[in-house]
Design a protein around this ligand. Structure first.
Ligand SMILES: C[S@@+](CC[C@H](N)C(=O)[O-])C[C@H]1O[C@@H](n2cnc3c(N)ncnc32)[C@H](O)[C@@H]1O
Ligand SMILES: [Zn+2]
Length: 300
């Protein structure tokens, strides 16, 4: 029978039913599921994540299995490792500047990776914080499947970032949001007062050499002032701009194209053919902005 993974067991007290917001526990009535007192039940996948997407409205299906494979392969090549290190350092600094596990009342700090994909960034954070537990929420089942095994202290659930998050109020010590959708109101609700949020957004020159080929949809610089204004309930604590040059081989350039929305409009073979004329490795600018925020103490 599908049981609770140790990662999910350690975050269970923080989870909330996405339908009625009550607490979740292993169901007595439905095998291999979590349930709330009102008997809404949610399947535990064999691969270790729990499905907390409400109903079956797939208007935002999240990344396809092929996109997730491309992303995992790309991230494994290490081109974004400096970003992961910066995110980990940001969370460590954020937790150090808040008192205890950010006022959650829970035994260990909880780090939420919203739209966390394969859990690549969360794993780097947990490596840097031996006391913390982590949770990836992502709309994509293929991503959640990988994220569930990204780190021994991590758990994963499918959930929609644009809907009420399946978490109790103020349970998150620090949230991270890397290149993903984020709803400010829900992030503020689930983050403990004094807790933190680290957001990674693409800079204006991010991947500019690959974008010059006209292949990358959905990537563009995000204005920092707009980001700060959107994150009501949080105040900016630190901002840093990271830039390095990644030398991509043809496989990683193909992955870069196929791990984004381009994947809905083309095939790996078509991308690979278009890349044929370029000289390799392709020197590509990676430029991101890492912003760390503090959850304001007052609830608004
Ligand atoms: C650009 S990827 C970033 C993934 C991860 N943060 C990373 O950088 O490796 C965007 C992620 O958002 C997820 N996603 C898309 N729409 C979503 C939604 N409505 N709710 C939650 N996740 C969503 C996708 O499945 C994908 O994993
Ligand atoms: Zn319920």
């Amino acid at each position: 029978m599908r049981g609770l993974s140790s990662g999910l067991g350690s975050v269970l007290a923080a989870l909330a039913c996405p339908v009625c917001s009550q607490s979740l526990a292993v169901s007595d009535a439905v095998p291999g599921a979590l349930a709330c007192p009102a008997r809404h039940s949610f399947d535990l996948a064999r691969s270790g994540y729990v499905s907390l997407v409400q109903g079956d409205a797939p208007d935002q299906p999240g990344d396809s299995p092929a996109m997730v494979r491309a992303r995992a392969d790309f991230l494994d090549a290490g081109h974004y490792w400096p970003i992961a290190q910066a995110v980990a350092a940001s969370v460590v600094a954020g937790l150090a500047s808040s008192s205890g596990p950010a006022g959650t009342g829970l035994a260990a700090p909880l780090v939420l990776d919203l739209a966390g994909g394969t859990g690549y960034y969360l794993a780097a954070v947990l490596d840097a914080l031996s006391c913390a537990r982590g949770l990836v929420l992502d709309r994509s089942p293929a991503a959640a499947k990988r994220a569930a095994r990204c780190h021994p202290r991590a758990a994963a659930a499918t959930a929609d970032a644009w809907r009420p998050l399946p978490l109790r109020d103020s349970v998150v010590s620090h949230a991270i949001s890397v290149f993903g959708p984020r709803g400010a109101v829900e992030l503020a609700r689930v983050t403990a007062p004094g807790g933190g949020l680290t957001v990674v957004t693409p800079g204006a020159r991010h991947l500019t050499e690959v974008r010059a080929g006209g292949w990358l949809l959905g990537i563009g610089g995000e204005k920092e002032a707009k980001l700060d204004a959107a994150l009501e309930g949080f105040e900016l604590a630190r901002r840093e701009r990271l830039e390095h040059v990644a030398r991509l081989d043809r496989r990683q350039a193909t992955n870069l194209v196929m791990m984004g929305p381009n994947a809905f409009h083309t095939t790996r073979t078509a991308v690979d053919e278009r890349l044929e004329g370029l000289s390799w490795p392709l020197a590509t600018t990676v430029e991101v902005v890492v912003s760390r925020y503090r959850r304001r103490s007052e609830r608004n």
